[in-house]
Design a protein around this ligand. Structure first.
Ligand SMILES: Cc1cc2nc3c(=O)[nH]c(=O)nc-3n(C[C@H](O)[C@H](O)[C@H](O)COP(=O)(O)OP(=O)(O)OC[C@H]3O[C@@H](n4cnc5c(N)ncnc54)[C@H](O)[C@@H]3O)c2cc1C
Length: 538
């Protein structure tokens, strides 16, 4: 398989890139599972942007969006990245509207703008509470109509292929990827000199997460194995309000997110006694930035021994939730909870990966020809904490910036990439895996240990314990990986271990508390650590 552009992942980042790049050459988009299975499709709250009209009429401006983003990022944002991404908000909205997204409007036909934690203004465009699904559907439909784009579902990228891996002595360049066809079980070579990593985040490395099953850190682990620099993986954002539903079956029921926009519209966090406990931690109460709210809940749960806290919307007028948040309202009802009658039980859960594959402001990684866009990347927009609703924006903007850079710097129309002899995938003497129990046991173990030792509140001791156990698991998984025919389960397990180790490694190096990295051993910020944590495999 050969194409001018190889895109791995079919969320907002991968598809935005594919649609624009198709004007310049052939694009292959590979995605594991179905194209709609992505974090993008699960996004609820919306997408932040300062629109020209809002700027004029509502007193919002680019500078205050930048200031809010820098404020959340706790000193680690890269100002050039923040500025470049936020300044392109208008273009992103136009781009999505052109793809067919219909954002909610007011009666006067202006966009209805929501507010979320950490934002000083109303600037979140939304499609009720299924913004991500509308965006994902529109982009998939648009891409499917473009002749130059081939979308291959059930195609799982196993590893990146670089000149260094092939032992070719030049500057390290990307030349393609090994890809498992999940239907036939064959591993194929996909050849391209321009590879876009758009594989999303890694929420599944934690026991409790708001992410869908596809978020297993594959792109991050592949880039790390290929020798790319990885940054800031200690910064994992925990969403404060995931529906607490311990007896539920199935990914959606276990990880159902109650959007921050609900608090933006007046929802209040309370404990079992009805007290607004978040006010003791921050004067902004329920609308303080996510890290503060998540820690406040963690503290409350540990202090009281309760299993959860509550998000109260019972004071809102009857019918409000059904009208403004129909998906949340109906889904909760489906799980047996009427949020208009009683407060919603909630717990924090792993939500967003702020670190990732290090890129510059044009999405370039440290390997030539390999670009990382969307949640898998660390551009410097989020720093030590992401401002709500900035990630859909980042995915689209960085896709367009990556393409601009490719057009300027790389020969984009290359019918015959330089001939390179890439060895076929060596299946060896591997037999089909018959020890499914080992895979599922190790999956559970990683997710539980990451939750217990490496989640909202950390200590050196807990991190060391996690590192020891992850080292053992890595050994076991390696033996299993090399001894058996590969399946997506084994590949995800291998990537989860690598992701866990990267989080622990980065967290261990940061001897301070900043943004969403909080450790009891170093509870204050320390200016000595006012820089990115970078790790690389040699
Ligand atoms: C419940 C929830 C609510 C959210 N709400 C908001 C919000 O309101 N606003 C906001 O800005 N952000 C929100 N986010 C975050 C936002 O949705 C994501 O950060 C963003 O959608 C990431 O887009 P992406 O294109 O980088 O990755 P994704 O949308 O996750 O897409 C990644 C794609 O890569 C594929 N893939 C992964 N590994 C492989 C592999 N090995 N081989 C082939 N394909 C692979 C996946 O199957 C998927 O198609 C939310 C996230 C969640 C989970």
């Amino acid at each position: 398989m050969q194409s001018d552009f190889l895109v791995i992942g079919s969320g907002i980042a991968g598809l935005s890139f594919a649609i624009h790049a198709s004007k310049y050459g052939s694009v292959t988009v590979i995605t594991k599972g179905k194209a709609i299975e992505s974090n993008t499709a699960w996004a609820q709250g919306g997408i932040s942007a300062v629109l020209d009209k809002a700027k004029r009429e509502m007193g919002d401006d680019i500078e205050s969006h930048i200031a809010d983003t820098l404020g959340a990022g706790a000193g680690l944002c890269k100002e050039n990245a923040v500025k470049a991404i936020i300044e392109q908000g208008n273009e992103t909205i136009e781009d999505l509207v052109n793809a067919g997204v219909q954002f909610d409007k007011n009666k006067d036909a202006s966009y209805s703008l929501g507010k979320e934690g950490g934002h000083s203004q109303r600037r979140i465009l939304h499609c009720k509470d299924t913004t991500g699904f509308e965006i994902a559907t529109a982009l998939i439909e648009t891409a499917r109509k473009i002749e130059n784009i081939t979308i291959l579902e059930e195609h799982f990228a196993v590893d990146l292929i670089t000149t260094a891996k092939l032992g070719i002595a030049t500057e390290d360049k990307i030349v393609g990827a090994y890809v498992l066809d999940e239907t036939s079980g064959q591993v194929k070579i996909f050849r391209s000199d321009k590879v876009l990593l758009a594989t999303g985040g890694c929420g599944k490395v934690y026991l409790y997460t708001t992410n869908p099953d596809s978020s297993t850190g594959d792109g991050l682990a592949m880039a790390w194995r290929a020798g790319a620099t990885i940054s800031n993986m200690e910064f994992v954002q925990f969403h404060p309000t995931c529906f607490y539903n311990p007896s539920a079956q199935g990914a959606e029921a276990r990880s159902f997110l109650v959007s921050e926009a609900v608090r933006g519209e007046g929802g209040i966090l309370i404990n079992a006694k009805g007290e607004e406990f978040t006010k003791q931690h921050d004067p902004r109460g329920s609308l303080a930035p996510r890290d503060i709210v998540a820690r406040a809940i963690d503290h409350e749960i540990k202090k009281t021994g309760a299993s959860c806290v509550y998000l109260d919307v019972t004071h809102k007028p009857k019918g409000f939730m059904k009208e403004r948040f129909p998906n949340i309202y109906e889904t909760l009802l489906k799980f047996g909870h009427d949020c208009e009658k009683s407060p919603i039980p909630v717990v924090p859960a792993a939500h967003y990966q702020c670190g990732g594959v290090a890129t510059d402001i044009d999405a370039r990684t440290t390997i030539r020809g390999l670009y990382a866009i969307g949640e898998v990347a660390c551009t410097g927009l989020h720093g030590a904490n992401r401002l709500a609703s900035n990630s859909l924006l980042e995915g689209n903007v960085m896709a367009r910036r990556a393409l601009d850079n490719i057009i300027k710097t790389l020969p984009h129309k290359q019918k015959n990439p330089i001939p390179i002899n890439i060895p076929a995938w060596e299946a060896g003497h591997a037999a089909p895996p018959d020890e499914q129990v080992l895979i599922s046991h190790n999956w559970d173990e990683i997710r539980r240990l990451m939750w217990d030792y490496v989640s909202i509140v950390r200590t050196d001791n807990r991190l060391q314990r996690a590192a020891r156990r992850l080292r053992n698991l890595r050994k076991e998984v390696r033996e299993f990986y090399w001894g058996h025919t590969i399946t997506s389960d084994i590949l995800e397990l291998r990537n989860l271990v690598a992701t866990g180790m990267l989080i622990v490694d980065c967290a261990t190096r940061r001897k301070e508390s900043r943004g969403i990295h909080y450790t009891l051993d170093y509870p204050e910020k320390n200016e000595l650590f006012l820089s990115d944590t970078e790790v690389r495999r040699f």
